[in-house]
Structures are given as structure tokens and as C-alpha cells.
Design a binder for this molecule. Structure first.
Ligand SMILES: *Cc1c(COP(=O)(O)O)cnc(C)c1O
Length: 352
């Protein structure tokens, strides 16, 4: 396939209607999107077009059988105004990991990064300049063949949308450890960024919210004992001076923020251990005054400090005596806008 992207621009940009201080999160989209079609065994016609609706047949297979996956990443502006991407090659790799698990075609990792660069370059005026804000990028792929019948689809679309965003959580969050429903089991799709994983999480999340919590803390599917992750974030605990995060066991989403936070903490001289961790151990650490902090990590939120965790009929209190998580967030945000040095070589500058 030819990797050259055809570009059709809007006649008039809508960027002037945007107020960076009052962005409607998740509802505001830039002028353009990237689209590519998979037909007859290959990806075709990579193009940037004006943002808009796409025609869809009611038999579109993704709507019935759920072959749909997504990615999430952010573009920021350097101190000198150059758009920057955060480790885009990692998202390209994970997109293909998810595609393989869902029986979907892989997408060229070079074209993935190139498409993002071209789209961000074209819509760079939409990147919010404030620290902690960013242009959120949503690459996604779905089966768009019109067919009723259960098999892998023969046609797919890969699309990238861009949406300006500001920081999401500002307060410490409250989690609810779920002991009835599960998110992922061994052999399932938990390690893929599959749209269906979120469908399974909707009801438990609504229940947790009705009880006054922000998000679900998922436990393992066999015993409801081992901690997996939070709704859209991986999780870290600081227990008695050491950071612990659940090891990737095939049912946990391998977050790029998680990977970056592990590297950054080690770079700053902290001990970080990836291992199975039980909810009982967290209860005990809290009771002994050794649960020094806990936070979630993910592209959308960055770092969300955790205040407490509802588990069965009690609340696990998390201390905030050593907010290293805040330091980590400030470092990541600073590196993203070039006010701190990019010591771990994360940022890719968008020059086309
Ligand atoms: C996307 C996602 C994360 C975070 O991954 P990042 O690459 O850090 O954004 C964590 N858990 C789930 C379930 C996710 O879908």
C-alpha cells in the first residue's frame, strides 16, 4: 500500500470558536480526522478529511459482534511551540496487539505515527497551551462490513479523531473494590484495548457511582483477591517506602503511563516492584499506617491520587503523607511541554 496520505482541508477552521478555559470535554473535535479503509486484504486510501459523520449500514459488524478497539494518547506544545507526541510508537504497538487478539488486521506502525503527526500538524492550533491540558488523540478501528453472521469481518475502518482536553481529576478519587462483577479473566480480552471491555464495566461503574465512589477497583476473576486495575487506569501503591503495582498477568491493560511511571520512579531512585498484590495486603498496610499513598495512572487523567477504597462494608484509608504521585504528574506534565528535560526520551516532535 502507498503510505502517502491525501489531505482535504476545511474551507474555514472552527478553532476561533474554541475557548480553552471552557472546553466541553469529549464533545469538542478539531477540524480534521484521519481515515483509512481495509478491503480485499489490505489497507487503502489513507486520507485526512474534514471532521464529520461517516455513513454506516445497520448490519455494520462492529455493532453486532463487537470487533472494535481503540487507543488514547496526547499531543502537547513544546516551550517553543512545536507539537509533541508522547511515545506514539508504544500506542502503535499496542493497537496491533489488540487487533491480533480481536482477529482484526494489523495497521502499519509507521503509517500510524505518520498519520498522527500529519493530523496534529494540521490541527496544531487546537492544542491547549496550559500545563496539564493537551490535545487528546483517539485512534480506533472497527469492523464495518455489512453482514449478519459470526466470523471475522472482511472490511474495517481505522480513524483518528482529536479533541482538546483539560485536566480531569483535581481531587483525590474514591474507588470501590468490586466483589460481584469482573472486568477480565485469564484468556479473555483484558489486555486488549477492546471496546467491549468497557461495555462490561458500565453497570458496575454506575453502581459504584450511585454509592458515592468515582471508579471501580477491579479484582481478579477467580478469587476476588488480587488487585488488577481501575476503570481506565493502572494502579500503584506505596507501602512502607516501596512502590508496588500489579504485574501484567494477561488480564491487565499494559498502560503506557504505567510503564513510563515505573521508569520515572526508578530513574528518581525509588524502589518499584511489579508483583501480584492482594486487597488484604492493602487493608493491612492501611491499618498499620504503612499505606503511604496510592494513585492511578492513565493517559486521560495522568495521575489520579487515591483517597480511599470501599471494600465490602469498610473503607480503606490511604495516607497522603508522601505525595510522590504529584511529583510524578508534575514531571510528566513538565516534560510534555518542554519546561523539564526529557531525560527518558519520551517525546517525539511533530515535524512534517
Ligand atoms: C487505556 C487504559 C489504561 C491506561 O493506559 P495508558 O496507556 O496509560 O493510557 C488502563 N486501564 C485500562 C482498562 C485502559 O483501557
Amino acid at each position: 500500500m502507498s503510505n502517502s496520505i491525501s489531505i482535504t482541508t476545511v474551507k474555514e477552521s472552527k478553532v476561533d470558536t474554541l475557548d480553552f478555559d471552557t472546553i466541553a470535554l469529549g464533545r469538542t473535535f478539531t477540524d480534521h480526522m484521519f481515515v483509512c479503509d481495509y478491503e480485499d486484504g489490505e489497507w487503502k486510501n489513507p486520507r485526512i478529511t474534514p471532521m464529520g459523520t461517516i455513513p454506516m449500514h445497520p448490519a455494520c459488524m462492529a455493532l453486532h459482534y463487537g470487533q472494535a478497539l481503540f487507543e488514547g494518547m496526547k499531543a502537547t506544545l513544546s516551550a517553543t511551540g512545536t507539537p509533541l507526541l508522547f511515545r506514539p510508537e508504544k500506542n502503535a504497538e499496542r493497537l496491533n496487539f489488540s487487533a491480533r487478539r480481536l482477529g482484526m488486521p494489523e495497521f502499519s506502525e509507521t503509517l500510524f505515527v505518520d498519520a498522527l503527526k500529519q493530523l496534529v500538524h494540521l490541527d496544531q492550533k487546537w492544542i491547549p497551551p496550559h500545563e496539564g491540558s493537551a490535545l487528546y488523540l483517539r485512534p480506533f478501528m472497527f469492523a464495518d462490513e455489512a453482514f449478519i453472521g459470526m466470523r471475522a469481518a472482511n472490511s474495517y475502518k481505522f480513524i483518528v479523531m482529536a479533541s482538546p482536553s483539560k485536566p480531569i481529576y483535581t481531587n483525590r478519587v474514591r474507588l470501590y473494590a468490586e466483589t460481584t462483577f469482573i472486568r477480565a479473566a485469564h484468556g479473555g480480552t483484558g489486555e486488549a484495548k477492546a471496546a467491549g471491555n468497557y461495555a462490561a464495566a458500565v453497570l458496575p461503574t454506575e453502581i459504584a457511582k450511585s454509592k458515592g465512589f468515582d471508579q471501580v477497583l477491579w479484582l481478579d476473576a477467580n478469587e476476588f483477591k488480587y488487585i488488577q486495575e481501575v476503570g481506565t487506569m493502572n494502579i500503584f501503591f506505596k507501602i512502607n517506602g516501596e512502590f508496588v503495582t500489579p504485574s501484567l498477568d494477561g488480564s491487565i491493560l499494559a498502560g503506557i503511563t504505567r510503564m513510563s511511571v515505573i521508569d520515572l520512579l526508578r530513574h528518581k531512585g525509588y524502589e518499584v516492584v511489579e508483583r501480584p498484590i492482594t486487597i488484604d495486603e492493602v487493608v493491612e498496610a492501611s491499618n498499620n499506617g504503612q499505606l503511604e499513598e496510592a494513585f492511578g495512572t492513565g493517559t486521560a487523567v495522568g495521575i489520579a491520587m487515591i483517597q480511599e477504597i470501599g471494600y465490602k462494608d469498610s473503607l480503606i484509608h490511604v495516607s497522603d503523607s508522601s505525595p510522590v504521585g504529584q511529583l510524578v504528574l508534575d514531571t510528566i506534565n513538565g516534560v510534555r511541554i518542554g519546561t523539564l528535560p526529557d531525560e527518558l526520551n519520551w517525546m517525539v516532535s511533530v515535524e512534517v
